[in-house]
Design a protein around this ligand. Structure first.
Ligand code: AMP
Length: 253
């Protein structure tokens, strides 16, 4: 798997194989990443996919990819409108989307699930799916940061319109202004990073997603990771926490 896999299986949902296929290994990493919008989950997922060689599966990226289709279905268009307002997409639709991608969940390369589950109901749906597929989670990572730092991060975030690499205008700028270092495509500000959408997303996170940390802490798999500092420092902190959890000695922080 390259540092930035295409995630074609995730985006297309069908029987499309990833190219190159993920390398075979005895035990793939299977993690859920939690954290408020803007905490840096996308950046961490990219770094972790380099270290752990597991694919970044983001439900938000799926909806943003659907926005680029010239003729999304009426149901998908409704989901996109909801997303642009910063609200959550309908529960049954999201769960169905993840179920359609069971191959990715079973992939022997492992996964870093980002954006799903977002509430306890979705967590229960994921747990049922994992049981059906006989897949076990290694850990659930909760990235944590004070609100004012989150707002500063979100307003400066820029995303590649093609490969979805993530930058920040001050803390992680691209080499050439507004151009992606990986593929050269234009960098854009996400519609849901506008201030009014940010407010809605933070409220939604606090009411819906925070109870998830209680849910997962009961399973003993929750890793709380302070998300301040440089991206690579946060990544090292996370790998050390994963190591301490004894998710095995496969990880060297
Ligand atoms: P994200 O990139 O994870 O911040 O997701 C961007 C947007 O996609 C969210 O604000 C929602 O509108 C939608 N979305 C992504 N994942 C989910 C989910 N699990 N449940 C509901 N809506 C979601």
């Amino acid at each position: 798997m390259s540092a930035h896999p295409t995630r074609i299986g995730w985006f297309s949902a069908g029987d499309v194989e990833c190219d190159p296929p993920p390398p075979a290994r005895d035990h793939p990493y299977r993690l859920v990443l939690l954290g408020p919008p803007g905490v840096g989950k996308g950046t961490q997922a990219l770094l972790l996919s380099e270290h752990l060689r597991a694919c970044h599966l983001s439900t938000g990226d799926l909806f943003r990819a659907a926005k680029c289709q010239c003729a999304p279905s009426p149901a998908m268009q409704a989901a996109i409108d909801v997303m642009n307002r910063g609200e959550l997409v309908r529960e049954d639709l999201v769960i169905q989307m993840v179920r359609e991608r069971s191959k990715c969940i079973q992939c022997h390369g492992g996964f870093l699930l980002d954006g799903f589950p977002r509430n306890v109901h979705q967590a229960e749906a994921l747990s049922a799916l994992l049981d059906e597929l006989r897949v076990t989670l290694d850990a659930v990572v909760s990235y944590e940061l004070p609100l004012d730092e989150i707002v500063a991060r979100l307003s400066g975030r820029r995303t590649c319109s093609e490969c979805r690499a993530v930058y920040h205008v001050t803390s992680q700028p691209p080499s050439h202004p507004d151009r992606c270092d990986h593929c050269g495509a234009a960098l854009v500000q996400r519609d849901d990073d506008r201030p009014e959408a940010i407010r809605v997303r933070m409220q939604t996170y606090e009411s819906e997603t925070q109870p998830l940390t209680d849910y997962y802490s009961r399973s003993g798999k929750l890793l709380r990771v302070p998300a301040h500092g440089a991206p690579r420092e946060i990544c090292r902190r996370m790998l050390a926490a994963l190591h301490a959890l004894d998710v095995p000695a496969r990880v060297k922080p």
